[in-house]
Design a protein around this ligand. Structure first.
Ligand code: SAM
Length: 211
């Protein structure tokens, strides 16, 4: 993602009611924060938040937490949430590597990984959000029966991810190399990147998987 330094974004985030400021203190307390026992779904690397805001609007019966490491991107989602004030949506500015410090065992009911950064160099493979290193973190926060959806237009990253899912011994529920022209297209909620890449004619790959 091309990043512009958005002036004042850190200050905006620090003062915003929809951003969790001390995320590690929330571990084990997310249902308390939402004030209900609804399932908790998270998107890791949510960018400007189009997908998670659409999901939160469509599913008031689900609690959503959007995670993004860059302030200059997160601030765009905050601007939208300031207007809408969806009660079932909070954001965290953090690096996903520390996810186990923020969610307790079985606290998360679903993870969305949408158009994750590809980290094309082999020596950076473990930074990919679908690497076995990350899967071994996710397993510590996912509830029984919970799963993950991963979408990308990047075929090498997708192929790598399928291998990593197998290597971790997880189960693939369904795989498509052209989501928009597949039986799974109905009900698909587009992300910002998905819109951009499908407008360019790129097929979208998607896998649903679980431990
Ligand atoms: N999910 C959005 C979409 O599909 O439109 C944004 C996709 S963008 C290519 C990837 C986003 O993930 C970027 O905003 C990036 O900053 C964020 N990201 C990548 N690695 C991350 C990590 N380790 N922790 C938190 N955010 C991350």
């Amino acid at each position: 993602m091309r990043l512009r330094n958005v002036k004042g974004s850190r200050e905006t985030i620090a003062a915003n009611e929809f951003v969790i400021q001390d995320e590690e203190s929330m571990k084990g307390k997310w249902h308390e924060k939402f004030g209900n026992n609804n399932p908790i779904h998270i998107e890791i690397g949510m960018g400007k938040g189009r997908f998670i805001m659409d999901m939160a609007r469509l599913h008031p019966e689900i609690n959503f937490v959007g995670i993004e490491k860059f302030s200059s991107v997160l601030v765009r989602a905050i601007e939208k949430q300031n207007e809408e004030k969806l009660p079932n949506l909070f954001f965290i500015r953090m690096e996903a590597e520390y996810i186990e410090n923020v969610f307790d065992k079985e606290e998360v009911d679903y993870i969305y990984l949408n158009f994750s950064d590809p980290w094309p160099k082999d020596r950076h493979a473990k930074r990919r959000l679908t690497s076995v290193q990350f899967l071994s973190k996710y397993i510590n926060i996912l509830a029984k029966g919970a799963g993950i959806t991963f979408k990308t237009d990047n075929r090498p990253l997708f192929d790598f991810s399928l291998e990593q899912i197998d290597e971790a011994g997880w189960v693939k529920e369904n795989v498509t190399f052209d989501l928009h022209n597949s039986e799974y297209a109905e009900g698909n909620v587009m992300t910002e990147y998905e819109q951009r890449f499908s407008d360019m004619g790129n097929p979208i790959c998607r896998v649903v998987f679980h431990p």
